[in-house]
Design a binder for this molecule. Sequence first.
Ligand SMILES: NC(=O)c1ccc[n+]([C@@H]2O[C@H](COP(=O)([O-])OP(=O)(O)OC[C@H]3O[C@@H](n4cnc5c(N)ncnc54)[C@H](OP(=O)(O)O)[C@@H]3O)[C@@H](O)[C@H]2O)c1
Length: 245
Amino acid sequence: MSLSNQQTAVVTGASSGIGAATARALSKRGLTVHVLARRSGRLAEQTGCIPHVLDVRDTETLKSLLNSLNVDILINNAGVGRGYKSLAEAHSSDIDCTIETNVQAAVHAVHAVLPSMLKKGSGHIVNIGSMAGLYSLPSALYGASKAAIHLMSQDLRLELEGTGIRVTEICPGRVRTEFYDAAVDEPEEREKMKDSGIDELTGDDIAESIIYALDAPWRVNVNRIELQPTEQIYGGSQFTPRERP
Ligand SMILES: NC(=O)c1ccc[n+]([C@@H]2O[C@H](COP(=O)([O-])OP(=O)(O)OC[C@H]3O[C@@H](n4cnc5c(N)ncnc54)[C@H](OP(=O)(O)O)[C@@H]3O)[C@@H](O)[C@H]2O)c1
């Protein structure tokens, strides 16, 4: 069940960044691609795919759309980094937005496509996690949301054993997208967070890794792909001595 055997893909959060790049890549491979996001103009302009303007936090609308499509591939990508910088500084609305978008909607999307995939005995679910879901970062809220995606992906593989459905988790490090534009309201803070000074990954880099997982022969389940910029490191410990009184 490589890409050439699959017909219909859904990409959530496809009006920019990783989702838009993935939708374009899938469309180039000849699939019928349905793209979801809130910004209607951006969806068509960025992807040229079949647009569905919706907020993934609207569970009933998300479910009824996914139930109406015979989905072979779900790219569970829509996500935000509200409250990314610090839980202490986050507003309650940031907490709700991050959990509802990154976790709740992602779980509902999987739940909605499973019945038809189970019936067909095939399908591929690609969950966009993050290095923040695997390694410690000073980003507790976002990390919690992506750690949930990590375990959902692991556990789904166990639940779906023998069904023919494949589950892949993609864990990017820093990617140059609109992520920080949407995450941070305050202009000066936003520019500081956006300016990493390194050669960041691109949406197309991530899309290529997704195509690799989807195109693998049926016997191969690509469980997880970690991608980080060459100039970025995760998983170490740092010491910053403070001046003592
Ligand atoms: N950029 C990074 O460094 C990085 C690293 C690791 C993982 N990721 C993950 O990669 C995924 C894609 O992010 P990105 O970097 O490509 O950022 P992005 O350019 O900001 O794209 C996020 C996408 O999600 C959509 N979205 C957000 N909230 C939504 C909602 N409530 N309903 C529908 N769509 C919604 C946005 O569309 P609308 O605003 O038009 O709705 C947009 O299309 C996210 O899950 C993110 O956590 C990003």
